[in-house]
Design a protein around this ligand. Structure first.
Ligand code: ATP
Length: 302
């Protein structure tokens, strides 16, 4: 279990994280989602004890992680796949990590196999693609067989086969009762990866709930209608209390079912070329809830 309580991190001119409280539970893959600059990496670094909060607390299993000896046995993390010594081989890199964390050496071969790197154990990391480095970073996170795992943008650079592998791995780790916390700035990446979400924007909590609950926030059913006589149809629909707005060449109608719109059109003698019910997606819920919180839209220093 990971818990943050009123976590705040200020840099000289920027508040990266602002009063953030959330809980990440074992047995789930929890997506940590927010637009660029939302404060995800900063939060992960504080959870891992790599950075101190300005105020508030972050604990793993009830204890600040910094206080743990032999850290990799408690928490496995992938923060920056490029942050490895390029001159070493994959096996040498993991062996050094195992030694400094009191982890049996046999784990090196096991995690290299699990990460699909068994064929390249002796190759220098400098020659690895970004996807291979991501796999190596994931192997390192698994090395200590930890109950808690954190991954910062782990799908970056992976090909479709790699993405499928990572998703399966995360689900297996969660099914074993581990806490799996995965950051991304893309809802589309989380949709088939996580079952719980912590969503932040501008360093503040926007939502902490299941994917299904989050999706339900964005469900707005609109009906797309195409007609050669939009003015007459708009008047008839508005008279019944519907909200009508132009949407390209169509009208987007909310507040009436497609069936009722069809009836009204018939009564008015208005021809319809299209009548389609559209339900908004998870991606739309994310865009709506984080609108304005993307860093490039902020326009001002926090
Ligand atoms: N060491 C630092 N000094 C000053 N400002 C920082 C520092 N680290 C992060 N920031 C700022 O804090 C804010 C949050 O950054 P952070 O990297 O945590 O966001 P993020 O959600 O991980 O973004 P991304 O998806 O782009 O990686 C940003 O405005 C960033 O510029």
């Amino acid at each position: 279990m990971i818990e943050t309580e009123e976590l705040t991190k200020r840099y000289s001119r920027t508040t990266a994280v602002n009063g953030l409280s959330f809980t990440v539970r074992p047995g789930h893959v929890t997506g940590f989602l927010g637009p660029n600059g939302a404060g995800k990496s900063t939060t992960l670094r504080i959870i891992l004890g790599l950075s101190d909060p300005t105020s508030g607390t972050a604990t793993v299993g009830g204890v600040p992680f910094r206080n743990r000896r032999r850290g990799l046995r408690h928490v496995g993390a992938l923060l920056d796949a490029g942050d490895v010594h390029g001159g070493r081989s994959a096996a040498a890199h993991l062996t050094a990590l195992a030694r400094s964390n009191g982890i049996p050496r046999r784990r090196v071969a096991e995690v290299l196999e699990e990460a699909g790197l068994a064929g390249v154990t002796g190759r220098r990391i400098a020659g690895f693609s970004l996807g291979m480095k991501q796999r190596l970073g994931i192997a390192a996170a698994l090395l200590g067989d930890p109950p808690v795992l954190l991954f910062d943008e782990p799908l970056n650079g992976l090909d479709p086969e790699g993405v499928t592998w990572v998703r399966g791995l995360f689900q297996r780790l969660a099914a074993q009762g581990r806490t799996v916390f995965v950051s991304s700035h893309l809802m589309s990446e989380m949709e088939n990866t996580a079952d719980q979400l912590v969503v932040i924007g501008r360093g503040e909590l926007i939502a902490a709930e299941s994917l299904a609950e989050f999706a339900a926030r964005g469900v707005r059913t609109a009906v797309a209608v195409r007609t050669p006589d939009p003015a007459a149809l708009t008047a008839a629909l508005a008279a019944e209390g519907a909200a009508v707005r132009p949407d390209g060449e169509a009208l987007a109608v909310t507040g009436l079912t497609a069936a009722r719109i069809g009836e009204l059109a018939l009564q008015q003698g208005v021809l319809l070329n299209e009548l389609t019910t559209r339900t908004s997606s998870l991606e739309e819920a994310f865009m709506q809830l984080t609108a304005g919180s993307a860093e490039h839209l902020a326009g001002e220093r926090r």
